[in-house]
Design a protein around this ligand. Sequence first.
Ligand code: DLL
Length: 442
Amino acid sequence: MTRHHTYQYWDKPLETMPREDLAACQTALLRKAVSAALRTPFYRRALAQQGIRSEDAITSLSDLKRLPFTTKQDLRAGFPYGFLSIPREQVVRLHASSGTTGTPTTIYFSKEDLSRWTGFVARSIYGTGCNNTDVFQNMITYGLFTGGLGFHSGGEEVGMMVIPSGAGNTARQFRLMQDFGTTVLHATPSFLLHIESKMREEGVDRKNLRLKRAFAGAEPYSEDTRVRIEELLGIDVYNSYGLSEMNGPGVAFECQRKDGLHLWEDGFIPEIIRPDTLEPAAEGEIGELVLTCLCREATPILRYRTRDLTGFYGEPCKCGRSHRRIRRIKGRTDDMLIINGVNLFPSQIEEVIMAIKEVGANYLIVVEKDGALDRLTVKTEVNTQTFMDDTRPLNALKERIRKTLQASITINPKVELLESGSLPISEGKAARVLDSRPPAGG
Ligand code: DLL
């Protein structure tokens, strides 16, 4: 799908800034971030423990190592205002994390914070080739979740006509696409797959639509899933990464080469660590992404342990941007399953099954206790054309999926094939794992 055009920059000097200049810019911004952090109860204490009482302790980027890590638990313990660094009267908005892994955490924004965030999203969107000729249907949840309003403002900033359709209601989504000639979509990858299968079911003719691109993110997905969405819908799909703690979307985004996500280093300082030792990972090694926010005054967050697993690319991107690229997120440190002693990330299963063309839009990984052992079942929908009355081809397909999975994950799973549309679909982040085993140790 990728067409190699002349690359477009929203802010060329910033996006292609030489690395030394970028480091100088980061150092200056880090001093400001530390100074903002020192105005919050949590960091005043945490930084004092490291002997840091003013921004003057920061003279180069190597001083970053002296700063404490921040975890999700720290943010929760500071709820509601423990991380607020400016007077409440200067806060114009709050967002909260989706809370897929526990109680939500809150992030506050000043006017200036919102405009910086919008700038990062606009830069990301523009870099994929969008401009004011586009009609942008933002099919993601609005509200406390950052995906809706974040892309909404970024889209407007680029000059696109934004349709704030929100998630869900596929029939209405199709109508909007047809009525207004939508060219760009934003959704979770699972919702894009769902929309595509509904389109076929309801006989919506792709030829009557003007779709060109989609942004897909907020949850992990494999390269095969991207290719599948691109082929089925005939569009370019760009990976979009972000998290509420770092504003929301607009942290890292693919350019038109679609080869890794540029992490905007004038807004965030990325580190990759080994989650067990907290030491820096080796060059190119996959580890936990740690981010320091350089673009927010209301809620400064230093060295945040994202729990997302990725690695840096060694080479600069051919598009000319100097901001480093991270790999597609492999999973989270906390979504790793241990099945009869073997470590398994849900993404490993997705990689295998989405490469099989008969497999449909949705799947579910079920883990249960079977006596003393763990049992893994992969339930996957298959395309309607495949689901015929004759069970022989289905049994052969099931066996092929089972064997391919076993070869790749070294665990022998049970495979169940389901008719398209039988698994529950979620409008937000897809729930891919159902683990009914009792918690370890209890
Ligand atoms: O999901 C922000 C967002 C909205 C990103 C729209 C992209 C598009 P949270 O709800 O705080 O924020 O969830 C953040 O989602 O730590 C990752 O684990 C996961 N995640 C986000 N984008 C990706 C992606 C938004 N492209 C958490 N690939 C993050 C894999 C992703 N995982």
